[in-house]
Structure formats: structure tokens, C-alpha cells
Design a protein around this ligand. Structure first.
Ligand SMILES: [Zn+2]
Ligand SMILES: [Zn+2]
Length: 163
């Protein structure tokens, strides 16, 4: 690892069943899948990525951020990375200005960044279990009545009995 590397960790809230909200970048519907615990790596993504339970299109694990998660991540990068960069840049200019005996007046204004917020997770969506991957339950939109696919292998789940 180089000294220049910055590691950003964004904690993402889970609902009370341990599900993490995700969003398909193809059909833009939201779902939830079980988040891996702290001491496990979670299910390895299959070749081509996880399957969307709604549209069946695969996407790599990094492409499932919801809009809120994405905005928060951007805000965090601005705060943690761009903010200090602007400050260094400003300080550097100031030092050059000092060396040139103050003939140069420099002011660098740091742009206003959005503050990262604590995301909240709502207790919504309907749980679906899969016979093919029993440990990989997901939650889908309550009003979704179409077929639901396993995010790991893409197999269709048995439909819940109509009530
Ligand atoms: Zn989709
Ligand atoms: Zn499966």
C-alpha cells in the first residue's frame, strides 16, 4: 500500500434483520440483501456480478449503491479527500506568496461541500428465500408481483402463495 492511498469506509445502515439496501443500476429498482457480518467476507460475487432480482441483469458488487448511499459517498470523498487537498493547495500558495514578500495576495476559498449524513434504514420490503441459496435471502419491493431471482445464481424463486 502506498502512503498516498486513502481508505474510505462508509458505514451503511442495516435494517433490523441485517439487510442492506441496494439498487439495480439497470432497472433502478431497490432491493435489500443480507449484509455480511464483520467477521465474514460474504458471498463471493459470481462471474459477471450479482443478479438483479427484478430484471435479471448482472452487475459487479460495487455497482449496487442506492442514490442516498452514492450521494453520501461523494460527500465523504469531498470531505476527506478534496477538502484537505484544497487546504494544502491554499497553504502552498500562501507559502509561495510569503516567499515573494507578500507581493502576491492569494486566497483560496474551499468550495462548500455537502456534509455526509447518517443514513437511516427503513423497515420495509418483503423477504424472499431461495431454495438454491438458502443463506442468501433478499427483500424486494412490497408491490412487486413479478418473478424474483436469486442474486447469486439468477434462478427464479418459488412464488409466495397468493393470499
Ligand atoms: Zn434490475
Ligand atoms: Zn441461487
Amino acid at each position: 500500500m502506498s502512503d498516498d492511498e486513502v481508505i474510505l469506509e462508509m458505514s451503511m445502515p442495516l435494517d433490523s434483520d441485517g439487510f442492506l439496501r441496494r439498487r439495480c443500476s439497470s432497472c433502478e429498482r431497490e432491493l435489500k440483501w443480507l449484509a455480511a457480518g464483520d467477521d465474514e467476507d460474504g458471498t463471493e460475487a459470481p462471474d459477471g456480478g450479482f443478479f438483479c432480482p427484478y430484471c435479471g441483469i448482472q452487475a459487479p458488487p460495487g455497482e449496487w449503491l442506492t442514490e442516498a448511499q452514492e450521494e453520501n459517498f461523494t460527500a465523504m470523498i469531498q470531505q476527506e479527500v478534496l477538502g484537505p487537498l484544497f487546504k494544502d493547495f491554499g497553504d502552498g500558495l500562501q507559502r509561495s506568496a510569503d516567499r515573494s514578500q507578500g507581493f502576491l495576495s492569494v486566497e483560496v476559498t474551499q468550495p462548500e461541500f455537502d456534509e455526509p449524513v447518517d443514513l437511516m434504514e427503513a423497515e420495509d420490503m418483503r423477504r424472499v428465500d431461495f431454495a438454491c441459496h438458502p443463506g442468501e435471502s433478499i427483500k424486494v419491493l412490497e408491490d412487486w408481483s413479478g418473478p424474483v431471482r436469486c442474486v447469486v445464481c439468477g434462478s427464479l424463486a418459488d412464488q409466495p402463495p397468493a393470499d
